[in-house]
Write a protein that binds this ligand. Structure first.
Ligand code: DNO
Length: 358
């Protein structure tokens, strides 16, 4: 039997028609294969209309790209908190898995971070070359108290759909939930959604917590190798996998991202990769250009570990800086992400050619 050669399906995140980056520009990036997107106009927890999914599919395919990856189907806070309404939200989640699978989706990225998704303290930190980037400085986080609704301080990644008072309430409700309770709620969720994913032939790919440590005393569990091992064992089937986000894991010097890339690829459990470089600082981190020399991570070694361990999945350049005068959604402009995509192509081609000569 021929061993299947490793394959990376290059992909790019697109936020739908409101995205300043048009699909036709994305399609011009060499080697671009698939679009990563979602239905954005439905409140978290509700069922996505079939027509919205079909429209996205038509738009993506009309640009010559594959409609195969969703990022994200968000998980309602009542599921994460284990509130009684989770029954309804889990049923809706299962229905969303079925609906996107019917439309040809192969991989669904999601996260299980309480309240806050990615958290940064600056979205336009100026780097020495004049480009701007996302950054996280501890002293700025320490100055914010989400339990104090009088405080007018907010952080850029916060969900704008919450008012200050709602945010305070939801953070307060989480004071009852420690890490073990969050594991229990995640287990309850996985045991219901993964069988549906198996039945539909879809890979679920949990995204690590970003950054991969607790903030504001909220529990965070998808943070390191030990916890990823535990996560994968909860439902030990290939469809229960991960999005390996190098930048999220790379926020902690304790994570050996190269080792994790190799180990989880060999297990066939990495379905999606977010490739991003970060510079670790004594007081936090800054997102940097993809090139290894620009940050702390060895991007070549990560790609090689994926390749050598038979990775067959989707990969996308993660956040880019803002360069060349571009303005837009922080982290999600065209230019620097396109440079990242081209760099990933170069790494992969070199690794692949070298491997075939051996
Ligand atoms: C940030 C993204 C995250 C990611 C979710 C996945 O730019 O990487 O928002 O999409 O955490 O559910």
């Amino acid at each position: 039997m021929n061993k299947k050669l490793p394959d990376m399906k290059l992909s790019f995140r697109w936020y739908g028609q409101d995205d300043k980056v048009p699909l036709k520009y994305i399609a011009q990036i060499p080697g671009m294969n698939a679009i990563v997107t979602a239905v954005y106009d439905v409140p978290v927890g509700e069922v996505w209309p079939r027509e919205s999914i079909a429209k996205l599919k038509r738009e993506v395919e009309a640009a010559g790209l594959a409609f195969e990856v969703i990022e994200s189907i968000p998980v309602h806070e009542d599921i994460k908190m284990g509130a009684p309404a989770r029954e309804l939200y889990i049923a809706n989640y299962c229905e969303n898995i079925r609906r996107v699978a019917e439309a040809g989706i192969k991989c669904i990225c999601y996260n299980f971070m309480p309240v806050f998704d990615w958290t940064r303290t600056e979205t336009a930190h100026v780097l020495p070359d004049g480009s701007t980037t996302l950054a996280y400085y501890e002293e700025q986080v320490d100055a914010v108290n989400p339990l104090d609704s009088e405080s007018d301080l907010t952080l850029p990644g916060w969900d704008a759909s919450y008012s200050r008072a709602e945010l305070r309430d939801i953070v307060a409700r989480y004071q009852q939930i420690d890490e073990e309770k969050l594991w229990e709620n995640l287990t309850y969720f996985l045991k219901q959604i993964i069988p549906v994913a198996v039945e539909c032939g879809v890979n679920m790919a949990i995204h690590e917590d970003d950054p991969c440590f607790s903030i504001f005393g909220l529990p965070r569990i998808i943070t390191n190798e030990k916890n990823l091992d535990r996560f994968l064992q909860i439902v030990d089937v290939p469809n229960n996998g991960i999005t390996l986000c190098t930048g999220s894991l790379g926020c902690s010097g304790d994570n050996d991202v190269v080792k994790m890339a190799g180990k989880y690829a060999a297990m066939g459990r990495i379905h999606f990769v977010h490739m991003r470089n970060v510079a670790l600082l004594p007081n936090g981190f800054e997102e940097r250009a993809h090139l290894s020399a620009c940050g702390t991570l060895d991007m070549y070694a990560i790609m090689k570990a994926l390749y050598d361990n038979g990775f067959n999945g989707y990969i996308r350049p993660d956040h880019g800086r803002m360069i060349w005068g571009e303005s837009g959604r922080p982290g999600y402009g065209l230019y620097d992400r396109a440079l990242g995509a081209t760099y990933l192509n170069g790494l992969w081609e070199a690794i692949d050619k070298q491997a075939r000569q051996l």
